[in-house]
Design a protein around this ligand. Structure first.
Ligand SMILES: C[S@@+](CC[C@H](N)C(=O)[O-])C[C@H]1O[C@@H](n2cnc3c(N)ncnc32)[C@H](O)[C@@H]1O
Length: 219
């Protein structure tokens, strides 16, 4: 039912992201662009694309990216994403469609890059979703995952947990009108285990509050 939750909070999703992360969420998406492979004419699949912030960031900040397909289960998130794409004038190079990460409607070896930003922890069958991502990636292609993580420093971790447990759900709940959704978001971050992606190269951001994981499919 995760997509129902995102459909519910969609109208306030971007605003709350900026507010609750103190603007860092866009900085983290910008960092994803730095890990794109150094090749031209990249065709990207952005899974759990939501309101298309990462898709837009990639076409705006990278000259290598020529096309992004964004997939998400929450149609309200996609609708808002589509509006943003049209307003920004990128309809020709970003295409959004509904879809489930566990069963992608694309042929094998279709994309040069697959990205997922803050989506993996919401997927109940992570192994299956990851093997789907690898399946649609062409040999030599790259998977890039951006996800929340736990800071290693005990002091920063304590402050982070305090904020995540007590401040974030209240502000998120108040502004979105959905306290349950923001409690879920807090819990999903705390309980997220990166076991399935621990073999990937990890680049920690902001004292480990978020991490970018990178893996290349064998050529
Ligand atoms: C926290 S939002 C992240 C959205 C966007 N990537 C961003 O950076 O803002 C998580 C998104 O994952 C989507 N999602 C969750 N499970 C999914 C699945 N199995 N397949 C596709 N999308 C999924 C939700 O609908 C939601 O839009």
């Amino acid at each position: 039912m995760v997509h129902a939750l995102f459909n519910q909070i969609a109208p306030r999703y971007d605003l709350l992201n900026r507010l609750l992360s103190f603007g860092q969420d866009q900085f983290w998406r910008r960092k994803v662009v730095d890990y794109l492979p150094e090749r031209s004419d990249l065709r990207v699949l952005d899974i759990a694309t939501g309101t298309a912030d990462l898709a837009l960031m990639m076409v705006q900040k990278s000259r290598q990216v020529t096309h992004v397909t964004g997939v998400d289960m929450a149609v309200q998130m996609l609708r808002l994403g589509q509006d943003k794409i049209e307003k920004a004038g990128f309809s020709a190079c970003i295409e959004l469609q509904p879809g489930d990460a566990h069963k992608l409607a694309f042929q094998d070896d279709s994309f040069d890059v697959v990205t997922v930003a803050f989506g993996l922890r919401n997927m109940p069958r992570r192994d299956q979703a990851l093997s789907e991502m690898m399946r649609v990636l062409r040999p030599g292609g790259r998977l890039i995952i951006l996800e929340f993580s736990m800071p290693k420093n005990p002091l920063i971790r304590g402050l982070y947990l305090l904020y995540f447990r007590y401040v974030l759900p209240r502000i998120g709940g108040f502004i979105s009108g959905d306290y349950e959704a923001y409690r879920y978001l807090n819990q999903s971050v705390e309980t997220f285990s990166s076991r399935e992606i621990d073999h990937m190269t990890a680049h920690r951001l902001c004292f480990g509050v978020a991490t970018i994981y990178v893996a290349d499919k064998l050529a």
